[in-house]
Design a binder for this molecule. Structure first.
Ligand code: SF4
Length: 413
C-alpha cells in the first residue's frame, strides 16, 4: 500500500496508508482521527432541487438558471482542490461574481498584516529540521492534529535537535499536552498577544518600560522570555489566525510579524502562520496567480476588483450585496453553507446533511479520495499530489462547474 497525501487539513500529510474495499476508502495508521472520519465517503449521491431528488442534468440546468438571473453571485466556500479553484474562478469571471473562501475571515487577518509590511515566514520542513525554539502564540495546534508528530520530531535531517517550546495563551489541550511539554508556559488572553509582542520589541530595542507587568505578564517574565528568544539559533513563532477571534486581530498578527523581523537583527527567526484547512491556501494561491489579486475579488467588466473588507462573505450576505450563493464544500460534510436570503446552490460531499435544503444540491467527488488532484500545504511552498482511491460516478467540482457553465451557454443562446 503506497503512501498517499491527506487533503483534510493544511498539513497535507504525505505518509497516509489508505485501504480500499467494496465499502470505500479507509485511512489507516498513521492517520489522525480527523482523517479517519473524513476518508470514508459514499461513492454515490443524489442531486436535489428544492430538496427533491433530481437528475444531475436538471440540477445543472437549475443552477445555471439561478446564476443567469443573478446580478452579482458569490462563489464561496471554495473547499476543494486546485482544479476546482481554477474552475470556480472561471465561473466567477463568466458571471461577474465575487470569490471568497469559507475561512476568509481568518485568512484575511493574515493578509492584512502581510500586505501592510511583508513578513518572514518559514516552511514545515525548516521547522522540522532546524527550529530549536518554537513559540506557540495563542494556539495549541489542535486544528492540525499531527503538527507535533510531523514538525516537532526530535530527529531531523541534520541529526538530533534539542528543541525548546514556549506556549503563550490559554495553554495546551489535554491531547496536545499528551504529545509535548512546554519549557515555558505564559498564561495570557489571545487578545493581549499584540501587547506582549509590542513590549518584547521595546525591550529588545533597549527601552525601559515603566510598568510592573504587560498584558498581565510580570516584567521579569517578559525579560526572561526575551532572553530565550534572543538565545535561539532558529526560532519560529507559530500562530493560527482562525483562533485569534477578537476585533482587529490583524494588528496582533502585525505585532508578531514585526517581532520576528526585529529578532532577525541578531539571530534567525521566522513566523509560521497555521492554515490551509479546507483548501484555503490553494484557493488563495490559485486566485493570486490567475487574477493577480488574493481572494475577496470581484470579476467585473473592467477587470478584477479586490476589496479585502467589503467582499467578506458574512458582510456580503448580510447586506444582500450578492443575489446568489454558490457554495463549494467538497472536503468536510459539516461545512454547510450559511442560511441566507438569496438562492443557494451547493456543490458538496454526497454525505452532506442540510437542516435547510438549498435550492440546488449537486453531490461532488472528494479530491484525494475519489479523484487525483493537487493541494497546497499551509506553508504555500509545495502543491502536493492527491491520489484517487475509489471509483465514483460523481463529478469533480471542476466537472460540475464546467457542466453548469455549459448550461449557461445554452440558456444564453
Ligand atoms: S493531520 Fe491533517 S493532513 Fe495529517 S492526517 Fe490528520 S487531517 Fe490529514
Amino acid at each position: 500500500m503506497p503512501d498517499s497525501c491527506c487533503p483534510f487539513c493544511g498539513l497535507v500529510c504525505d505518509d497516509i496508508r489508505v485501504a480500499t474495499d467494496a465499502t470505500g476508502a479507509r485511512a489507516e495508521s498513521p492517520a489522525c482521527a480527523r482523517a479517519v472520519r473524513l476518508f470514508p465517503v459514499p461513492a454515490r449521491g443524489t442531486a436535489r432541487i428544492a430538496g427533491q431528488a433530481a437528475e444531475p442534468a436538471a440540477a445543472y440546468r437549475a443552477a445555471a438558471a439561478l446564476l443567469k438571473r443573478a446580478q452579482r453571485p458569490l462563489i464561496g466556500g471554495l473547499a476543494c482542490d486546485v482544479t476546482g479553484h481554477r474552475a470556480a474562478l472561471a465561473l466567477a469571471e463568466r458571471t461577474g461574481g465575487v470569490v471568497d473562501h469559507m475561512n476568509g475571515a481568518a485568512q484575511f487577518r493574515n493578509w492584512l498584516a502581510y500586505q501592510d509590511g511583508g513578513w518572514m515566514t518559514t516552511t514545515l520542513s525548516e521547522v522540522r529540521n532546524r527550529a530549536d525554539l518554537i513559540v506557540l502564540a495563542g494556539t495549541d495546534t489542535c486544528r492540525f492534529p499531527r503538527f507535533f508528530e510531523r514538525c516537532l520530531a526530535q530527529e531531523s535531517q541534520f541529526g538530533e535537535l534539542r528543541r525548546r517550546l514556549v506556549v503563550l495563551g490559554s495553554g495546551l489541550s489535554p491531547e496536545a499536552a499528551h504529545s509535548v511539554s512546554p519549557d515555558l508556559a505564559i498564561p495570557l488572553q489571545n487578545a493581549r498577544l499584540g501587547e506582549l509582542c509590542g513590549a518584547l520589541r521595546a525591550r529588545l530595542a533597549g527601552r525601559r518600560l515603566a510598568a510592573d507587568s504587560v498584558a498581565g505578564v510580570p516584567m521579569d517574565q517578559v525579560d526572561a522570555l526575551l532572553e530565550m528568544l534572543r538565545a535561539a539559533r532558529y526560532g519560529v513563532l507559530v500562530w493560527n489566525a482562525a483562533e485569534l477571534t477578537f476585533p482587529h486581530a490583524d494588528l496582533a498578527i502585525q505585532a508578531m510579524v514585526d517581532l520576528v523581523k526585529d529578532l532577525n537583527q541578531t539571530t534567525r527567526w521566522s513566523g509560521l502562520p497555521l492554515g490551509g484547512n479546507d483548501g484555503d491556501t490553494s484557493a488563495a494561491q490559485v486566485c493570486t496567480w490567475q487574477a493577480g489579486y488574493p481572494l475577496r475579488t470581484a470579476f467585473e467588466a473592467s477587470g478584477p476588483h479586490y476589496q479585502p473588507l467589503l467582499f467578506d462573505t458574512a458582510r456580503l450576505l448580510e447586506t444582500r450585496e450578492v443575489d446568489a450563493l454558490l457554495w463549494i464544500a467538497a472536503l468536510d460534510p459539516e461545512r454547510v453553507p450559511p442560511a441566507v436570503a438569496c438562492p443557494r446552490i451547493v456543490l458538496g460531499r454526497p454525505d452532506m446533511v442540510f437542516a435547510d435544503p438549498p435550492d440546488v444540491f449537486i453531490p461532488v467527488a472528494v479530491p484525494g479520495v475519489h479523484h487525483a488532484g493537487f493541494m497546497h500545504r499551509m506553508d504555500g511552498v509545495v502543491a502536493l499530489p492527491l491520489q484517487g482511491h475509489t471509483p465514483t460516478e460523481l463529478p469533480s467540482v471542476a466537472q460540475a462547474l464546467a457542466a453548469i457553465q455549459q448550461e449557461m451557454n445554452h440558456v444564453a443562446t
